[in-house]
Design a protein around this ligand. Sequence first.
Ligand code: ARG
Length: 573
Amino acid sequence: MTAVLKFKQSIANQLSKHTPCNPKDITTFMRPSKQMKEGHISIAVPKLNASLTDPTPKQDLPAWTQSIADNFEPNEFIEKASAQNTNLFFKFREPEFIKHVLQQVYQDNKSYGWSHIPKPDNDTVLIDYSSPNIAKPFHAGHLRSTIIGNFTRIIHESLGYNVIGINYLGDWGKQYGLLAIGFQKYGDESKLVSDPIHHLYEVYVKINADAKDNDVIYRQANEYFKKMEEGDPTALKQWSRFREMSIKSYASIYDRLNVKFDVYSGESQVNPYISKAHDMLDEKKLLTRTEDGAYAVDLETYKLDKAVIRRADGTSLYMTRDLASVLMRSELYPFQKGIYVVGSEQAGYFKQMFQISKLMMDPSLNLQHIGFGRIKGMSTRKGTVVFLQDILDTAKERILEYMNNDQEKSQMKDRDAIADQLGMSAILIQDMKSKRTKDYEFSWDRMTDAKGDTGVFLQYAHARACGIERKSGTEISPNVDFTILKEKEAMDLVQSIAQFPEIVEAAFASLEPSTLVNYLFKLSHATSVASKFLRVKDMEQDVSKARMLLFWSARITLRNGLYLLGIKPIKQM
Ligand code: ARG
């Protein structure tokens, strides 16, 4: 149980004895108090009253509130209760609260923030994220899917889920046929070998330009794809080479970003399940024949558009392959929940796909789409076309420039690696700081500002906290005199640290990394305020020890938060 909950429960248990309310309801109506002088926790009595079967008349509420406060007996956690109009306030015994919070951080260390959440028993969760297309460029949407998907993965893993992270490559379909035709025309073997992603992109641009006013090329592309679906060995051999090369260069970038997958799968891998999906839909009488001879599933009952699942020429579509992959996944990795981290523009598509999957397999199938908005204006010095690598390189260069202007930093020995880490933190935090469904404007200046709410700022906060530990040389011990931490800045910081477990729960429930990011900004600001007032070095030993434990706990909390976001904290810079 978290420290905050322990304190809340001690209030709730007592109140439930003197009022007709149950402890659980009381706890849900507790809020952190905005009037710290009155107390740490407040309860709006009208809200509590409204939950009762026999509520107190409105005009009697102030008197009732006062009597609850008067009857409250201080206990080992709570110093006093007071009433103001229809609000109740409860004041913690501060040293006791500080002790509970900091000792919990000390005890939990690497799992502080989620250790209190009960472990699910053997819950397998599939997470489909990143999933770029081999025949098309990696775009901002794939970057966001990679970042948000990685967070989704880490938070599930931390909470004890058995996670299977799947990179479902767009490595099949008509688009791929077009690329192959392009390669026949513009392909260059040596360029392909030295830099597959850039070369395939070059081919992609050229063939798309050609195809724009030339239907013949599209027809050739379709025919090529048809050949692939029919198992033509030459076509498949080339396709498999492109695929492997692309995976290899993606993998090195994922590595740099510290993003991991359990499986590189893709649209090409589900073929054996396509006819199975078709048969299951047929058996359940879900297929209708369209005028031009294609097969579709009518979803009118669900207020969704009809979905084509097989073209007239017999080839499969994105939808068909996703349905087949649900079958394949439930066979290979029986799962309780399947999460798809894909841009919100595919929301309608996923509604159809999930509905058909349920009809086809099982109405209780648990599939979830985690959508996100667009990034606007993402460009690098090389131009507006973006390759992930260029984005990472540009971020790093920017940080290096900034470091070169700083005497001390220009001498650092790990400059390069630190700049790379900082650059990635900047990109990741910018991406996760607003609600994920919102679009945002990509800005190099804003994201690398060390003083604004950025990834660079969070890394500085972490490094500075490590600096306090290094410079003071004070040991970290959980047994300190907690009455020493009596300043307002200390208590503010403790409260911020204490809030972390609730934040983790909320971020998990909504799979909303911004909840966590905004909390970490607040925590870091509280740390920076406290560190201005509370010196650790050269103080009396008891004072140093107590303050050191406080700053260390703040740093551990920040580190754990960064960890959930997929960011490696920097110790010194
Ligand atoms: N490759 C797709 C795209 O770029 C995303 C795939 C998402 N995953 C899925 N199972 N449909 O739009």
